[in-house]
Design a protein around this ligand. Structure first.
Ligand code: ADP
Ligand code: MG
Length: 399
């Protein structure tokens, strides 16, 4: 893992101004945050800096205001939720730079925390405009990025600032980078990757990267149908991207050349309609799917075989559910394999890292998210990392 500076490398910060990029893009319904996960993730960094006597200015985006002030997307709406999580008062500041910020800092004492306005109210944020970044940087003594989930974007607050001030990874960023390094950067072999979800098309780059990195590539979800179809299996009415046959064949060839075993299900759970516990529900061999049936989960035999694969592995990286897990009983394979991974992790024989919006929901549904070594809530940034891409916000911390 390339070396990046953390809060441990900061000297005395008493009275210094810390510009801290956080992800506070909380889901809100009727003015109330419905999930505080993101605020909880960045609280340790904010409190550590405040307790060390820094004057902390929080930089965050909220929604997609597209470079203009948008009355419903002010960070002021987030203030109460963040104060609740921190157990401390904040000052909301209606700008990100200029005299208002200056005057606020003049009355700030060590340990005070300010929440700057939504960075995306200014076009310079997403354009990564150097003048915009410089205007913000003028207020700070150093920069901390604690927003891994926003670091796949080269924006002023995620990338530009890191070149203008001494830059450090916050505690949440540090934990995420260390976990991801253990999973794919520098993993203990054998490594298994589970890639599921709806479509191959959204994860082609992930699959292409993984075949050169892992010993076992486990394909589930709708994308398994596309792989089966490419091998000549009739998948009936299943969700399937027949047009990707050539790409799927190329991935299987690359896997073979790299010594990576691709695991496809040999039994599946099918139904003629997509509903909870439908009367047409049955389990069959992949070669027995009828023309009017669709594959909605991988079968119990395949799931058991995959559990045996995981038992031989030391590292697991997981993105995408194995079936249509929101609708019972098509959650069965995902639940079972998640529980196996959790048990192996608890025993200490497996390092397990998972990410992706629906994957996190599925692991929570299985009740095992806390048993995994690390669960990333980063979404787009997690997928780009699984594609082996350099994330600009992370790269800027290393440079
Ligand atoms: P993530 O958000 O974790 O990256 P995806 O968005 O790629 O995951 O995929 C999740 C979706 O894939 C879920 O909504 C799930 O219902 C769907 N899915 C999984 N297996 C199937 C299947 N066999 N047929 C149709 N949809 C499926
Ligand atoms: Mg999803």
């Amino acid at each position: 893992m390339p070396a990046f500076r953390t809060l441990d490398d900061l000297g005395d910060v008493r009275g210094k101004v810390a510009l801290v990029r956080v992800d506070l893009n909380l889901p809100m319904v009727d003015g109330r945050a419905t999930d505080l996960t993101r605020a909880r993730a960045v609280a340790p960094t904010i409190l550590e800096l405040a307790e060390a006597g820094a004057k902390v200015l929080l930089l965050a985006h909220y929604g997609r205001p597209k470079g203009e002030r948008h009355s419903t997307l002010s960070t002021s709406y987030l203030q109460g939720a963040i104060e609740g999580v921190l157990g401390r008062k904040l000052m909301y500041i209606s700008e990100v730079s200029g005299p208002v910020v200056e005057q606020t800092l003049a009355i700030f004492g060590p340990g005070d925390i300010g929440l700057l306005e939504n960075t995306r109210f200014w076009p310079g944020e997403e354009a990564n405009d150097p003048a915009f970044a410089a205007a913000i940087a003028a207020h700070g003594d150093f920069y901390v990025n604690d927003a891994f989930s926003a670091s796949h974007r080269a924006h002023a607050s995620t990338e530009g600032l890191a070149h203008l001030l001494p830059a450090y990874a916050g505690r949440a960023m540090e934990a995420e980078l260390k976990a991801l390094d253990k999973a794919l950067g520098n993993p203990q072999a054998p490594v298994a990757a589970v890639v599921g979800g709806a479509k191959v098309s959204t994860k082609l780059a992930v699959l292409e990267h993984l075949v050169g990195k892992v010993q076992h590539l486990i394909i589930g979800g709708g994308m398994a149908n596309t792989f089966l179809a490419a091998r000549g299996v009739d998948v009936g009415k299943s969700l399937c991207e027949h047009e990707l046959k050539a790409q799927v064949e190329a991935i299987m060839d690359a896997a073979e050349a790299a010594g990576c075993t691709v695991h496809l299900p040999y039994d599946v759970v099918v139904a003629t309609e997509f509903a909870a516990n439908p009367p047409s529900l049955r389990t069959c061999n992949v070669h027995e799917v009828e023309a009017d049936e669709m594959i909605l989960d991988i079968g119990p035999q395949a799931t058991e075989a995959l559990a045996d694969v995981l038992k031989t592995c030391r590292t697991l990286v997981w993105n995408g559910p194995l079936g249509a897990f929101e609708t019972p009983p098509f959650d069965a394979a995902t639940m079972a394999l998640a529980k196996t991974a959790a048990a192996l992790t608890r025993e200490g024989s497996l390092v397990s890292v998972a990410g992706g919006g629906d994957t996190v929901a599925a692991l929570n549904h299985a009740g095992v998210a806390d048993d995994f070594t690390y669960v990333s809530t980063a979404g787009g940034a997690f997928l780009e990392w699984m594609e082996g891409r350099e994330l600009p916000g992370v790269a800027a911390l290393v440079a």
